[in-house]
Design a protein around this ligand. Structure first.
Ligand code: HEC
Length: 107
C-alpha cells in the first residue's frame, strides 16, 4: 500500500515537472522537490548531502519550539549552509513547506 502510494507520488511529481506552468503550492511537493535532498524524507537530515553540510533535524527540541515565522525567515534568508529561497519560491510555497515540516516533526 505504502509502495503504491510512493509510485503514485513519483508519477504525480513527474507530471508536475513536465508542466512548469502549474505552480507547486503543495507543501509535500515543494519539500520533496526542493528540500528533501538535504533534509531527508523524515526531516532528520539523514541524507549524504544533509550529513555533509550538517542539516539540522527538524525533530531537534530547538526546532520543535521555533515559531512558523522563525522557520519561514530561515528558509527565505538562508541559514548556515542552506541557500536562501527568497525569490526562488513564493511565500505560499515556503509556508506550505513549513506546514509539511510540522507534519514530519509530529510523525
Ligand atoms: C543544500 C541543502 C539544503 C537544502 C536544499 C535545504 N536546506 Fe534547510 N537547512 C540546511 C542546513 C545545512 C540547515 C542548518 C543551518 C544551520 O543552522 O546552520 C538547514 C536548516 C533548515 C531549517 C531550520 C532553520 C533554523 O531556524 O534553524 C529549516 C526550517 C529548513 N532548513 C527548511 C528548509 C526548507 C523548507 C527547504 C526547501 C525549500 C530547505 N530547508 C532546503 C540545508 C538545506
Amino acid at each position: 500500500m505504502k509502495r503504491t502510494w510512493k509510485v503514485a507520488a513519483t508519477v504525480c511529481l513527474a507530471g508536475l515537472a513536465a508542466m512548469p506552468a502549474i505552480a507547486q503550492n503543495n507543501g509535500m511537493d515543494v519539500y520533496q522537490s526542493k528540500c528533501q535532498m538535504c533534509h531527508g524524507r523524515e526531516g532528520t537530515g539523514n541524507t549524504p548531502a544533509g550529513k555533509a553540510i550538517k542539516a539540522v533535524s527538524f525533530k531537534s527540541p530547538a526546532l520543535m519550539k521555533a515559531t512558523d515565522a522563525e522557520l519561514i525567515a530561515a528558509v527565505k534568508n538562508g541559514k548556515g549552509r542552506m541557500p536562501a529561497y527568497s525569490g526562488k519560491l513564493s511565500d505560499t510555497q515556503i509556508k506550505a513547506a513549513i506546514a509539511y515540516i510540522r507534519k514530519l516533526q509530529h510523525s
